[in-house]
Design a protein around this ligand. Structure first.
Ligand SMILES: Cc1ncc(COP(=O)(O)O)c(C=O)c1O
Length: 481
């Protein structure tokens, strides 16, 4: 038998190609500002990326050429200084290098006694410290805010319903339960309650005020109403930065209500939690540390390469009780790789096999230090406020929501035209698509009170003030066109 391996025959040749990849990747990022933000994918590339699977090998040099011509060129564009769509972070070159190193050691982060597991534990410890959680709280790195919310809401359900829910599910439970949050909650929370078997209609969406913050009076009223009908309030969800406008609920007041009603208190701080580390805007997050569970993303406002989210849970035992399952093949031993002294991350979430996300965070934090992140968060908020002011001062532009943090929602509305809402919605959608299709800038969009708006969410460490000037100038120019 001739034994085979996937390792190269020519290690030296691979080294040469590796150096070339690093050199060209660094240039690709260094020169990103000179390129269009995004460009439509040509037919040729669509066809190429639809070819059937290969049976025969191809040279690495050729594969890499194809990557450059068909993939890198038509990437999403979120590495560009004028990408502000959805809430999509930028990443860094050192994060990418760390990701490569993580893949080289290729540890399985389900847990165990090895260096990479200690790195993840250290990163979780740092996160705990950064967000004011106690040293005996727990945490887990996950793919993103959606998974973090699912885990937070699962711990909430299992803790409040005690152990029996793991055994019988909701099959033997007569009582109905409700989760509460504002109408501005992210849709990942809906997915979570649906997956937990609680049902979308029991995720109570409480209306918001003019600042898009949850109405506390209406929340209390809904809780009273539910209790009168025999529905048990189980979990209160606060927004630390809503996806539409970056509004922050009153986190301290919500914590009080959760305590009074004996509810679990979860905060979705996917990006907004980061204001907690800022120097000038920390007040937005007053009360963040009061959460029983907190979701946030490293891949948003910590600018870490995808994917990296995190869930922190104040009571470690609640966290373990929600997920730990014993199995002979995962038994812990006194010594060796399966040592009981090490952290088993699979006991804190859904996944057993996990990748080494922690390394790119670890590299980035050590490279820059937390003080720099604090300054960058403030820089992005200052850029949002600058853009808001510019919009207010620009004829034919309207600011559509207060700029309290890093999101700006606006539209073009030529005053002398008296356009209807439908016409304005259509016009602004076309402006947005043109800005993206021409590769000028990539805001995204949403509806605010029935109005289509251009939405600029700034979690970008490459943006400069001149980029926002250009956006405003081009919005007017395209609008007129
Ligand atoms: C407030 C909020 N929560 C949750 C999420 C989901 O996070 P992810 O995309 O990392 O799953 C987002 C994404 O933008 C968000 O803005």
């Amino acid at each position: 038998m001739k034994e085979e391996t996937l390792d190269p025959e020519d290690w030296e040749g691979l080294k040469k190609l590796g150096y070339q990849m690093i050199d060209e990747s660094i240039d690709f990022l260094k020169n990103v500002r000179d390129r269009k933000v995004w460009q439509p994918i040509p037919e040729e590339t669509k066809e190429f990326l639809n070819l059937p699977y290969p049976r025969k090998p191809m040279e690495m040099e050729k594969i890499y050429e194809n990557f450059k011509n068909h993939i890198a060129k038509y990437a999403m564009g979120n590495i560009h200084p004028r990408f502000w769509g959805w809430v999509i972070g930028t990443g860094t070159m050192s994060g990418a290098m760390a990701d490569m190193l993580a893949s080289v050691v290729n540890s399985n982060m389900g847990g165990g006694n090895h260096g990479p597991a200690l790195v993840e534990q250290q990163v979780v410890n740092w996160a705990r410290e950064i967000f004011g959680f106690p040293t005996d709280s727990s945490g887990l790195l996950v793919t993103g805010g959606s998974m973090a919310n699912l885990i937070g809401l699962t711990v909430a359900r299992n803790t409040m319903l005690k152990e029996f829910v793991r055994e019988t599910g909701l099959q033997d439970v007569d009582t109905k339960f409700a989760y509460y949050g504002s109408s501005e909650m992210h849709n990942s929370l809906q997915k979570a309650v649906e997956m937990l078997g609680l049902g979308n209609q029991y995720l109570r969406r409480i209306p918001v005020d003019d600042n898009f913050q949850i109405r506390l009076d209406l929340l209390k009223e809904k809780i009273r109403e539910d209790k009168a009908m025999g529905i048990k309030p189980l979990c209160l969800i606060a927004n630390a930065g809503t996806v539409n406008t970056a509004a922050f609920d009153n986190l301290e007041e919500l914590s009080k209500i959760a305590k009074e009603e004996n509810m679990w208190y979860h905060i979705d701080g996917a990006f907004g939690a980061l204001a907690y580390i800022s120097n000038d805007n920390k007040q937005l997050t007053k009360g963040l540390q009061l959460a029983d569970s907190l979701s946030f993303d490293f891949h948003k406002w910590f600018y870490v390469n995808f994917e990296a989210g995190c869930i922190l849970v104040k009571n470690k035992q609640d966290h373990i009780n929600a997920f730990e399952v014993h199995a002979s093949y995962l038994m812990k031993h006194e010594k060796g790789i399966g040592s009981s002294g090490s952290t088993w991350f699979s006991d804190y979430g859904v996944e057993l096999s996990r990748n080494f996300k922690a390394l790119k965070i670890w590299f980035s934090f050590l490279e820059h230090g937390l003080d720099k992140y604090a300054r960058l968060v403030d820089q992005n908020i200052a850029q949002a406020k600058y853009t808001g002011t510019l919009i207010n001062e620009t004829e034919d532009l309207e600011l559509m929501a207060p700029v309290s943090c890093n999101i700006v929602c606006y539209r073009y509305n030529p005053k002398n035209r008296n356009l209807t809402v439908d016409e304005l919605n259509h016009l602004n959608k076309n402006i947005l698509m043109t800005l993206q299709e021409e590769g000028i800038a990539a805001p995204s969009y949403t509806y605010i009170k029935g109005n289509y708006v251009l939405r600029v969410a700034i979690v970008n460490h490459r943006s400069r003030i001149e980029d926002f000037d250009l956006l405003i100038e081009k919005t007017i120019e395209v609008g007129k066109r």
